[in-house]
Structures are given as C-alpha cells and as structure tokens.
Design a protein around this ligand. Sequence first.
Ligand code: ATP
Ligand code: ZN
Ligand code: MG
Length: 302
Amino acid sequence: MDMQTSFLDRLFDAGLLIDTGIDGLYGRSGQFEDVIAAFERLIDTFGGADGAEAMRFPPGMNRAFFEKSGYMKSFPQLAGTVHSFCGSELDHVSLLQCMEVGEDWTKGQEATDIVLTPAACYPLYPTIAKRGNLPKTGGLFDLQSYCFRHEPSKDPARQQLFRMREYVCMGTELHVTDFRQRWMDRGVEMMKAVGLDVTIDVANDPFFGRAGKMLANNQRDQNLKFELLIPITSAANPTACMSFNYHQDAFGTKWGLYLEDGSVAHTACVGFGLERIALALFHHHGLDVKQWPASVRKALWG
Ligand code: ATP
Ligand code: ZN
Ligand code: MG
C-alpha cells in the first residue's frame, strides 16, 4: 500500500471523508466541513476590507459560455457535461431494456444546456460583461463553487468534485498584478497563522496534448501562474493549495470586459482549494482537531 492510499484510508477510518465507491468523490463529515467553514472565515478576515462583491453560482454553468471560454481547446480531458434522457415512451422502454441486460444505457442521453463548472470564476466573466463598462475602480469579486474535473485519483487531495474559493480582479495591468501580489503575501501569512509551512513557485495549467506543451511553457516563461504549495501526500511533490493567475487581457478580450475609458480590462484570479487546505491541516496537525496546537485553533475558531 502506498502513502497516498494510507492517508486516504486514515481519513475514511476517522470518518472525515466518506467513501462513495468512486475515487475523488467523497462525502465530508461535519468536522471536516467545520474546518472548511473556519478557514473561509479566515479568508474573509484577510479579504473583507477590500469590498469585493460576493456572488455564488451553482456547480453547473451555461454550456454556451463554457463553449465560448475555450475550455475544450485547453482541457478537454477534465471537462464534465450534463446529459439527460429526452426521449419518447418507446425510447424509455428500450432504455430500461438496455439497463436490464447490462448494456450501455447512457448512449441515448442527450447534452443539456448545462456543463459542470470547471473553476469558480468561469460563470463570472460573461455575467460582468453583460453589465457594460466597469466602474473607475475596476471590479473585485468573491466567489465560491463546487468545481468538477475528471481526474480520478487515490490521492485525497485530487478530487473530482471539490470547492474553490476565489477572488477575481478586473482593472489595469498594474491594478490586477498588485492584487495578485497582495494575495500571495496574504496566502503565506494565513498559512503561517494556521501552522502550515509553504513554498510559492511558478506553475502551469495541464494544457492537453503536444500543442498544450507550448502553452504551458509560455505560461511559465511569462510568470502567469503561481502556486502556493504545501506537502500533503508527498514531501517531494507538495500540493497546490492556492493558485494566483494573471490572464493579461485574454479574458477581457474574449468576454468584452472594458474599463471606464473603454480600454480592455486585464484580469487576475486567486483560488483557494478548500478541501486541500483542510487536508493539509489534518495531515500536519493530526486527525483529531481537539489535539491541534492552541495557536492554530485560535486562528481558526477564535
Ligand atoms: P493541480 O496542478 O494540482 O492540478 P491546478 O493547477 O489544476 O492544480 P487550479 O486550476 O489553479 O489548480 O485550481 C485552483 C485551486 O483549486 C488549486 O490551487 C487547488 O488548490 C484546487 N484544486 C485544483 N484541482 C483540484 C482537485 N482535483 N481536487 C481538489 N482541489 C483542486
Ligand atoms: Zn479563476
Ligand atoms: Mg489540475
């Protein structure tokens, strides 16, 4: 049994995660959720004075917006679509026959207008574009959503349905890169407050295929993505618990996001992987929250 399996099994045994029979799809105990809620309040403490506009979208998004985002060009391997039965009574009979004999009953399912949200900020850009030009102060948004990525794994830190808390900033290049730097500093400070040692490193997204390699290299060369890493299942390969992304004017151009003076907005987003942060806390301080260091408990629960 490898290390990853054993941490996952310990989480199951402690009841913190609940096995569903699918890798990367877990229930969470009340205790696990309480840690996430406490950490989110800590995020509020650090970000609260910035005056971000809070919005919550469901874990599914408009398929037309998803198509326009270009997600299928970059990450087709991760996407999840919602399909439904749309047939007649006769079709229903053959569907049930199909299930009866153990054949693939999903073949006849048709795509709906909904796809699973791949990152918390995806539904935001078309929503803000619809409002017209941004105000003089730019835009700052506070999001949280369950996100889906088809990357089944025995690593408890790589789930298929997980929550991402995000802040998204829209404005001039200087405005949004300042925002990103501020959150990198805050991220380090927050993790220190809860007793976690971190490193920050340049990173890239898992762009698909051979052409994707070039996109990934370009993203790294231009320092467009940084990650805050904490060892969870491997000391040699620490896990990204936050990411800090600068999109230049790519999303502004794609979605039609304009500043007050009519120029195209630059955008940046910072994401917290909420399950990963909870797992890092359980990994470092133990599975029994009552035994966590007093300073950590105080930072989380006051
Ligand atoms: P990784 O490199 O580990 O796949 P990522 O670069 O794909 O992570 P982002 O797309 O930047 O991650 O997503 C923002 C945050 O969401 C990450 O920093 C991480 O904390 C969290 N996250 C991403 N994928 C997963 C997952 N499969 N399970 C749990 N949390 C995740
Ligand atoms: Zn984002
Ligand atoms: Mg990933």
